[in-house]
Design a protein around this ligand. Structure first.
Ligand SMILES: Nc1ncnc2c1ncn2[C@@H]1O[C@H](COP(=O)(O)OP(=O)(O)OP(=O)(O)O)[C@@H](O)[C@H]1O
Length: 249
């Protein structure tokens, strides 16, 4: 059964149909990549799923729960999380403080029956687990704002994982990275598959073909086709879109 199920989703900006009756599903444990040329509607679709935008038509369910009409916070409680391209980190705080704050934000309500000391120990354990998962163990005492871009992106992922999501939305996680950081991010995303399903928007096709179980191609707000890397690479209309002979598409 699908974890995320999007049916007949429509988003208009004035006269522009940015999301044109999109159907999409992401299965549990799957990395599903969303690709397409600039302006195809990838970010709009992720913004609709995360709750930043409200759709004009259609349904979005996560694990059977309808998300349309729910706030972004409610969606997080139902198991959705997204990376915000580093804007969610506290730059003046250490990596450790960032992780502790994130752990506290998501574990806070489950401590009614524990004493203060247990509470602190559980938060520390949780923060340490997030650091280990994302490879941040060596820079816990560093101020987040002074970290290199690639490490800040890892911290952003760690913060998004703090809510224990069922589905993680990653919008261009490799943007602005050099080859070494990109490789590390690819490794991190690959490991995350054990934690949650991922809907990945990425322009780096090498990364997409390495990581994605399935790929959906958006063109002019519509899903042109979905399938595995072999299907997508051999699809004539996808080739036309990417090689610039757009008439076929
Ligand atoms: N808030 C908005 N108001 C008006 N138009 C918008 C808004 N957000 C996006 N659009 C338009 O919707 C269309 C889809 O944009 P979107 O950013 O979703 O595409 P994209 O596939 O993510 O592009 P890119 O790869 O360049 O980020 C574009 O024509 C864009 O100009």
């Amino acid at each position: 059964m699908s974890l995320l199920n999007v049916q007949g989703l429509v988003k208009r900006f004035g006269g522009l149909l940015a999301t044109d009756h999109v159907d999409l599903d992401v299965k549990a444990g799957e990395i599903h990549a969303l690709i397409g040329p600039n302006g195809a509607g990838k970010s709009t679709l992720v913004n609709l799923v995360s709750g930043l935008f409200a759709p004009d038509e259609g349904t979005i369910t996560l694990d059977g729960v309808e998300l349309v009409g729910k706030s972004m916070n409610q969606r997080v409680r139902y198991g959705l999380s997204r990376c915000f391209q580093v804007t969610s980190i506290f730059p003046d705080q250490t990596v450790w403080a960032n992780l502790m704050l994130a752990a506290q934000a998501h574990e806070g309500s489950s401590f009614r029956f524990f004493g203060q000391r247990n509470h602190e120990a559980v938060l520390q354990q949780r923060a340490l687990g997030l650091a280990e998962k994302t490879g941040l163990g060596d820079c816990l005492s560093h101020l987040a704002g002074t970290l290199p871009h690639g490490v800040q992106r890892k911290l952003d992922v760690a913060l998004a994982l703090a809510s224990r999501p069922k589905l993680l939305l990653l919008d261009e996680p490799m943007a602005g990275m050099g080859p070494e950081d990109s490789l590390q991010m690819i490794e991190l995303i690959r490991r995350l598959r054990q934690e949650c399903a991922i809907l990945l928007i990425e322009h780096d096709m090498d990364a997409v073909f390495q990581l994605a179980d399935r790929i959906s191609v958006l063109v002019y707000g519509r899903v042109l086709t979905s399938g595995d890397a072999t299907h997508i690479q051999g699809h004539p209309q996808v080739q036309a879109v990417y090689l610039g002979t757009g008439e076929q598409a």
